[in-house]
Ligand binder design. Sequence first.
Ligand code: SAH
Length: 365
Amino acid sequence: MVAPAVNLLDLNRSELAAFFDSLDEPPTRATHVLQAIHRDGLANIDDMRMLNQGLRQRLAACAEIKLPEITSDHTSQDGTRKWLVRLHDGLCIETVYIPEAERGTLCVSSQVGCALNCDFCATGAQGFNRNLQVSEIIGQVWLAVRALSQQQGRHDHHITNIVMMGMGEPLLNFDNLVQALDIMMDDYAYGLSKHRVTVSTAGVVPAMKRLSQASPVSIAVSLHAPNDAIRTPLVPLNKKYPIAVLLAACRDYFPAPSKRTILIEYTLMDGVNDRPAHAEELAKLLSDLPVKVNLIPFNPFPGSHYRCASQAAIDEFHAILMQAGINTTTRKTRGEDINAACGQLIGDFQDRTRRRLQNASARPA
Ligand code: SAH
């Protein structure tokens, strides 16, 4: 039986070095190939002219570069761009680019669907299918860089920040996530600083601890409520890791004397979690933690029974937190007209039966 070809896009630098070692080649080949694929955008081994012909031939016999594929591309009136990306088994995920004056943020998916079933999130309502491979996570970045470089316009379109805030719960796809993060931050690939790569989690506490040791990236936590009674119906994972446990993990995340902070995400829903009393309770809860708060206006989707908080409620919530000394920003809703806003990403897959079966095995242990 012929061994399946290695997809070079699945390997970070140390794995590429190990792979070349198995071919009796020096580890410097790893940096050459990483640069060729991620910086120069080569997707064919034969185009890698920095490798001699003999090596290219040996490589082509056991390895390949297999990318996912963009199947649709929409640009919102506000410039936000959303790609539907098809994977090799035909399932689709979504990737979003958000241009701003000073930065360009790429919102990357980590799973096909999501098993956490948060009540206010369209991805959760779709169910879960599977984890993404490293090549499917970093492939979204590869595709976005190439697509943006072809975009004409007044602004320079390039990626300065990556947020793992697309479809899925990144920490439930831990190993593949960490390897893809390595490539995002590798100077021979995308070279992004740890301050500009953020993993968002609904609060998978044991995996947060592992991430703090495995990768120096920034972290965001989806809190959405000032107490367990409000949070559990919104984020069912709260039954397993309630707020006190989650915030203890936040406190320990960047050990002193680090000055780094954790971003607390809080989606505001009318009458659910947006009242002044909720803001006051939240301010108390977070008062001695190294956090910043990002308020997210709820984005509706078909079938959702929540409404967005009013602008007045959002402004008052923001003001109460600021008065309490908590650094707070309100996220501008972007790409709503193309269903690219937070919580609106659904990709393209349907299999409810499989969802129920896989849900059981995908839940955190
Ligand atoms: N599973 C991860 C990352 C995915 S979502 C997490 O939970 O953090 C990125 C952010 O968008 C999360 O804070 C999520 O709670 C929020 N979100 C989900 N649905 C939303 C909606 N309909 N409107 C606004 N924000 C939403």
